[in-house]
Ligand binder design. Structure first.
Ligand SMILES: *Cc1c(COP(=O)(O)O)cnc(C)c1O
Length: 363
């Protein structure tokens, strides 16, 4: 028996006819860049998230870079984010020339610790990038209140959280802007790279549309230095099919998470920590254990894929050594990096497989 962390082939087979047809329609139209599929996807994602605007770009990393640029953030500015996230959340801050400033995470949810956030704000701070880690939203309204007191922008990094909610409000609908990644393994994944920014700010959206297309509003008339960052028609057509299944798939992930929570209840394994006001979508089911390496060996021997998210907190990454952080600066994030382990959690995973996995975990 062998169980992967995510089974993209099994998912494809459930929607093969629709996907194949969507791809053939793009081939028949032979329009590949900045076409009707991308525009339709933008409308559908905006409607799904409950925002006025959505701007499609090449990937989730570019979504962050273009948003920071559109807000005029660069050299001399500071942007606050968390050290317990994928590298891109902070890499992009450095890419635009600004300085990433980290704040430790909440020990239960592993999202940014909002009790510590305000203490990191300085006169140089221009923005906050909270990350909805593993698909559980944090309280963006509270981040917005803090931001309002200091005139800061809030960019939700919702790369792992499309469809997640907080007090019934969707990820991406509460910040000044929010970014999504449709990398193939995200819970809404393309068959290549793709990303999106959502916002209610019309001016920001038009800036972003210029930035993704070489700074043009009209072709060959360049208003500013931009980028080449588009979501192509093939990926847009695929994502439009998959978006129709997203709620069903997210519900499937939640059901499987609940099964794990119950199966592992009488063990020393710590299940994902929840905020009672959040409705997570379990981009990953990440448990915590003090005996991670022995658990990993048992899972491997039993043919169950597993992965560490994340092995190194961002403040201790070599690429950020110039920032001068050291071990001990963010103890909660550091401890999470020693204990966190993702196990298979996706809608095609059977109850039988979950029982097998739980039996292996219990030893
Ligand atoms: C995946 C991810 C990104 C980057 O998205 P790409 O599409 O891979 O560029 C950014 N932030 C977080 C939290 C992510 O998980």
């Amino acid at each position: 028996m062998s169980i992967p962390l995510l089974d993209l082939k099994a998912q494809y087979l459930t929607i093969k006819d629709e996907i194949d047809q969507a791809i053939h329609e793009v081939l028949d139209s032979s329009v590949y860049i900045l076409g009707p599929q991308m525009k339709a996807l933008e409308k559908e994602i905006a409607a799904y998230c409950g925002t006025e605007e959505a701007v499609a770009v090449a990937n989730g990393t570019d979504a962050l870079v273009l948003t920071l640029k559109a807000f005029g953030i660069g050299e001399g500015d500071e942007v606050i984010t968390t050290p317990f996230t994928f590298f891109a959340s902070a890499e992009t801050i450095a890419q635009v020339g600004a300085t990433p400033v980290f704040v430790d995470v909440n020990p239960v949810t592993l999202n940014m610790d909002l009790n510590q956030l305000e203490s990191k704000i300085t006169p140089q701070t221009k923005a906050i990038i909270p990350v909805h880690i593993f698909g559980q939203m944090l309280d963006v309204e509270r981040v917005m209140e803090i931001a309002a007191r200091h005139d800061l922008k809030v960019i939700e990094d919702a790369a792992q959280a499309i469809g997640a909610e907080y007090r019934g409000q969707k990820a991406g609908s509460l910040g000044h802007a929010a970014t999504f990644s449709f990398f193939p393994t995200k819970n809404l994944g393309a068959y290549g790279d793709a990303g999106m920014i959502v916002t209610n700010d019309k001016d920001l959206a038009s800036q972003l549309r210029m930035l993704r297309f070489h700074g043009c509003q009209t072709k060959y008339y360049h208003e500013k230095i931009g980028y080449n960052s588009r979501l192509d028609e093939m990926q847009a057509a695929i994502l439009r099919v998959k978006l129709r299944y997203l709620d069903q798939w997210n519900e499937g992930r939640r059901e499987r998470a609940k099964v794990y929570d119950q199966l592992l209840a009488d063990t020393k394994i710590q299940p994902p920590g929840l905020d009672p006001l959040a409705t997570p979508i379990y981009h990953l089911y990440v448990l915590r254990t003090e005996e991670r390496s022995t658990l990993m060996e048992r899972l491997k021997a039993g043919g169950v894929a597993n992965a560490i998210y994340y092995p190194v907190p961002l403040h201790l990454q070599r690429a950020f050594r110039n920032l001068g952080y050291k071990m001990g600066d963010f103890p909660v994030a550091e401890k999470a990096c020693e204990q966190a382990l993702a196990i298979p959690c996706y809608p095609e995973l059977s109850l039988e497989q979950q029982h097998e996995i739980a039996a292996i975990i219990k030893g």
